[in-house]
Design a protein around this ligand. Structure first.
Ligand SMILES: [Zn+2]
Length: 253
């Protein structure tokens, strides 16, 4: 079974190093969606990840809300990100994720024009597709969706049945405790595992760094947040035939 975990923004050296070490411990890989506005101080960390086989995806240069962007504006934001990574020897022109998951049709036109093969910006409810529909093609691009997480009745702020499958949502929106966050991830992993459907989930490496600027707004402290992730990896790697790999490797096994 394929597991694709991804980390957005990547603005903290400590956070990204912690993620890299964690994944190395489990002999696993993940995809980092970098915004190149951080590259002037993140360059060595990005290069270290890339040289060690972690995938680098494009997350634009300025990390702006793009739902009303023109094709040209998308192209500029994306091309700047590609160029800045190219300067330090990294190719990030294969897979894209939109900041805030804010997309429009112009974005897909821009991605096609720039030769991107994959996008991971669209959110799907868990039962909208089955394994036969993966890879899912959308507007000329292979879509690796952000999977919504089904809430199995855990106490949450929104009381919604489904939660966008990114850590920002279960931390800031739902204000989950660490116990419930781990429960949410395990429950949703198990659903996919039983059906042998790939499990994709998103995070932000900065949230696991010792310099996180929104620390005081979070329901759990740094060590607790790190423990959610490391306990989750421990759990999924205890199962047979689980491969935790770069997002675009998902159709190789
Ligand atoms: Zn982002």
């Amino acid at each position: 079974m394929i597991v694709g975990l991804s980390f957005d923004d990547n603005d903290s050296i400590d956070g990204m190093n912690w993620i890299i070490n964690l994944f190395n411990r489990y002999n696993s890989k993940c995809t980092f969606f970098n915004s190149s506005k951080y590259i002037h101080y993140m360059n060595l960390t990005y290069k270290n990840a890339y040289d060690n086989g972690f995938e680098i995806g494009c997350h634009t240069h300025n990390h702006l809300n793009g739902s009303s962007f023109s094709i040209e504006k998308w192209k500029k934001e994306i091309q700047t990100c590609i160029d800045k990574h190219k300067e330090i020897g990294i190719d990030c022109n294969k897979i894209f994720r939109a900041p805030y998951l804010e997309v429009n049709d112009n974005m897909f036109v821009a991605l096609n024009g720039l030769g991107f093969k994959y996008d991971s910006s669209l959110e799907y409810y868990p039962y909208d597709y089955n394994s036969n529909e993966i890879p899912y093609h959308y507007k000329g691009i292979i879509e690796i969706p952000i999977q919504s997480l089904e809430n199995p009745g855990l106490k949450s702020k929104s009381k919604n049945d489904y939660i966008t499958g990114m850590d920002w949502n279960w931390l800031f929106e739902e204000k989950f405790t660490s116990k419930n966050a781990l429960e949410l991830l395990k429950y949703n992993f198990d659903i996919k595992y039983e059906q042998n459907i790939p499990f994709f989930c998103g995070f932000h490496s900065g949230i696991y760094g010792d310099d996180y600027e929104h620390e005081h707004e979070l329901p759990m402290r740094l060590e607790a947040r790190r423990k959610v992730l490391s306990d989750f990896l421990e759990y999924i790697t205890s199962k047979p035939r689980v491969f935790i790999q770069n997002l675009t490797d998902f159709n190789k096994n």
